[in-house]
Ligand binder design. Structure first.
Ligand code: NAD
Length: 377
C-alpha cells in the first residue's frame, strides 16, 4: 500500500497534507509513503524531516504518485498533476466541488476516486475527521490576531500610573466554530467581547465564554437542519440590521463569520454601518470566501474605507500553516485509517459506509456524488 503526498499548487496555499507524525503513523499501518519534494516547506517541514519519519522524497508529483493507492493533498489537485495516477487511486483533499463540476468531471475521467473532506458528516464518529471545524477554529483565532495587529490601540484594560486604558470592544457575528474561537481569543487578549447568532443555542455557548450575547426579540430562533442556521425572512433581516446598526457604531473590532449552508454569505454589515464606526476600527470578514458578510469586503484583499480597515484575507488559517497542517493531516489520517485493513495492511473500503458515501465525488470514471452526478467536462 503506497501513499503519496503532493506539493500544493494553488497560489498562496501554505498547508501540507501530511506531517512527519502522520507519516510515521501511516507507515505503522503498513504503508510506504512518498512525498513530493518541498511539499512541507511552507509549513516549515523539510524534506529531511519526512525522510527521518520513514518516507521517500521524490523530485516530482509524477514520481511521488506513481503506483500510489492513495494521494493526499490540501486543495483538490488538477488532472494534470494527477496524470499518471493509478486507476482507482484514492485522492483525499478539500475538493471545493460547488461550481467546479468541470474539474470534477476531469478527475473522474482520470480514473481516481476523489473524496471531499469538507463534506464529512458532522456526526460524533467523524469529529476527528472534521476539516471544517479544525480549520475554522484556527481561522477564528487568527482573525483576532490579524485585527489586533492592524488596530492601533491595546486590547486589554490597563490601569497604569500614567492613566487607565479602556478595553477594546470586539463584536463577533456568527458564533459557530470560528466565531466561538474568535470570542475566546479576544477574551484572552482582554477585550470586552459581545457576539450574536441567529441560533438560540449559541446564546449559552457565547455566555459560557464570558461574552455578552446580543439578539433582537423579533428573532427567536433561526436554527435550520443539522445544527446550522436557516436564511432569515425579510422582516427578521430588518430587525437584525437595526440591532447591528445600533451596536456596531460603538465597536472597535468586528469579526464576521456568518454562513448558511449552500447559500452565499448573508450581508450583515452595510457601508453606512462601517461609516458609523470610529476611525481606526477594524473588521475581519471570515465569510469572504463565500462573498462576505460586509458590503465593502473585497475577497482576498484588505481595504481601508474612511479610515476603517476591512480585512477580507482568504485562508487565514494558512497564516499559521504549521498548526493548520498539523490538524488537517490528523483529520486525513483519521479518515484514511477507517479504510485500511490493519491485519492485511491493505486498503479495504466499505463503499456503503456513510462517511464514504457523503464525501466520495468520483469513482470508476464517473462523478458519483448525488449533488454533482451528471457533471460533464
Ligand atoms: P457555519 O460556518 O456554517 O456558520 C457560522 C455561524 O454563522 C453559525 O453559528 C450560524 O448560525 C451563524 N449565522 C448564520 N446566519 C447568521 C446571521 N444572519 N447572523 C448571525 N449569525 C449567523 O457554522 P459552523 O461553525 O460550521 O457550525 C454550525 C453548527 O454546527 C453549530 O451548531 C455547531 O455546534 C455544529 N457543529 C457540529 C459539529 C459536530 O457535531 N461534529 C462540528 C462542528 C460544528
Amino acid at each position: 500500500m503506497k501513499i503519496a503526498v503532493v506539493r500544493e499548487r494553488v497560489g498562496g496555499e501554505t498547508r501540507v497534507a501530511a506531517t512527519p507524525e502522520t507519516v510515521t503513523r501511516l507507515i505503522g499501518l503498513g504503508a510506504t509513503v512518498s512525498v513530493e519534494k518541498g511539499a512541507g516547506e511552507a509549513s516549515r517541514i523539510l524534506d529531511q524531516h519526512y525522510k527521518d519519519a520513514g518516507a521517500s522524497v521524490e523530485a516530482t508529483a509524477a514520481a511521488a504518485i506513481k503506483g500510489a493507492d492513495v494521494i493526499l493533498a490540501v486543495r483538490r489537485p488538477d488532472a494534470a498533476t494527477l496524470a499518471g495516477a493509478a486507476k482507482g487511486a484514492l485522492v483525499l483533499a478539500i475538493a471545493d466541488p460547488y461550481g467546479n463540476e468541470p474539474a470534477l468531471a476531469a478527475l473522474a475521467k482520470a480514473g481516481v476516486s476523489l473524496f471531499a473532506m469538507e463534506l464529512m458528516p458532522r456526526i460524533t464518529r467523524a469529529q476527528v475527521m472534521d476539516v471544517l471545524s479544525s480549520q475554522a477554529n484556527l481561522a477564528g483565532y487568527q482573525s483576532v490576531i490579524e485585527a489586533s495587529m492592524v488596530y492601533d490601540r491595546a486590547l486589554p484594560m490597563m490601569m497604569t500610573a500614567a492613566g487607565t486604558v479602556r478595553a477594546a470592544k470586539v463584536f463577533v457575528m456568527g458564533a459557530g466554530v470560528a466565531g466561538l474561537q474568535a470570542i475566546a481569543t479576544a477574551k484572552r487578549l482582554g477585550a470586552a467581547v459581545s457576539a450574536t447568532d441567529v441560533r438560540a443555542a449559541a446564546a449559552e455557548q457565547v455566555a459560557s465564554l464570558g461574552a455578552k450575547f446580543i439578539m433582537t426579540d423579533a428573532l427567536k430562533d433561526a436554527s435550520g437542519t443539522g445544527g446550522y442556521a436557516r436564511e432569515l425572512t425579510k422582516d427578521e433581516q430588518a430587525a437584525q440590521a437595526e440591532l447591528v446598526a445600533g451596536h456596531i457604531a460603538k465597536q472597535d473590532i468586528v469579526i464576521t463569520t456568518a454562513l448558511i449552508p449552500g447559500r452565499p454569505a448573508p450581508k450583515l454589515i452595510t457601508r453606512a454601518m462601517v461609516e458609523s464606526m470610529a476611525p481606526g476600527s477594524v473588521l475581519v470578514d471570515l465569510a469572504a470566501e463565500r462573498g462576505g458578510n460586509i458590503e465593502l469586503t473585497v475577497p482576498g484583499q484588505t481595504v481601508v474605507h474612511k479610515d476603517v480597515t476591512i480585512i477580507g484575507t482568504l485562508n487565514l488559517q494558512g497564516k499559521i500553516s504549521a498548526t493548520a497542517s498539523q490538524l488537517y493531516s490528523k483529520n486525513l489520517y483519521a479518515f484514511l485509517e477507517t479504510m485500511i485493513d490493519k491485519d492485511a495492511k491493505a486498503l479495504k473500503i466499505d463503499w456503503e459506509d456513510e462517511l464514504v458515501k457523503a464525501t466520495l465525488l468520483t469513482r470508476d470514471g464517473a462523478v458519483v456524488h448525488t449533488n454533482f452526478a451528471g457533471a460533464a467536462a
